[in-house]
Design a protein around this ligand. Sequence first.
Ligand SMILES: C[S@@+](CC[C@H](N)C(=O)[O-])C[C@H]1O[C@@H](n2cnc3c(N)ncnc32)[C@H](O)[C@@H]1O
Length: 221
Amino acid sequence: MRPSAPSLGPRIESVLADLEARSGKEQQELEALRAAGGTALRERAGSFMLDVGPEVGLFLNTLVRVSGARTVVEVGGSVGYSTLWLAEAVRATGGRLYSIEVDKDKQDEQRANLIAAGLDAHVELTTCEAPELAESLPGPIDLVLLDHWKELYIRDFEACWPLLRPGGLIVADNVLVPQKNAEVIGRYRRHISGLSDAQSQMLAVGDGLEVTTKREDFPVD
Ligand SMILES: C[S@@+](CC[C@H](N)C(=O)[O-])C[C@H]1O[C@@H](n2cnc3c(N)ncnc32)[C@H](O)[C@@H]1O
């Protein structure tokens, strides 16, 4: 169920509702494939939305708004569910969202969903990898969402961290669910805990978020 929030307007709400209905059906399919075992799930996984869901969508929207984030990067846009939530927020802050989705077919759907929602003017879509995108950005990054293949979280965190402004945020999804990622997520969290300028916390929102901020100040003793 969608958490309580003011309406985002009929066009955005309509696209979100369609995607939420599709996601609900895909969840059932995913469970059936998981139960079947074997390679079936791996073979089909690429075609699913694998979206963050409404709770995380609203939380991301709130984070962008309260932090006044203007340069926002999304790594793993899929067909645009989280993109819509982030795009609506950057429209409010006067910023721009750069969204990476390496699957061309998914990116075509993502673009169509943004156009249907009237948010395409606020988003730059790309298929390039995060290290390449980060280098090409015009200024410091305010907020990053990592929601792609978990083995790439450390690489792409490292690509964005030097360009993140002090006080900026990197949010990583799926740190609690699915359990099969526990080892790789453990490595990601240990990596962050080794950074002297990072403050980080795991939140039980949706499938679990690791929210990491770059400290503006360093403790002096
Ligand atoms: C969990 S889904 C993203 C869901 C999306 N954030 C949402 O809430 O709707 C992960 C996506 O990451 C994409 N992906 C895989 N490798 C990637 C990479 N190196 N850079 C960016 N996206 C990638 C996949 O094609 C897939 O669509």
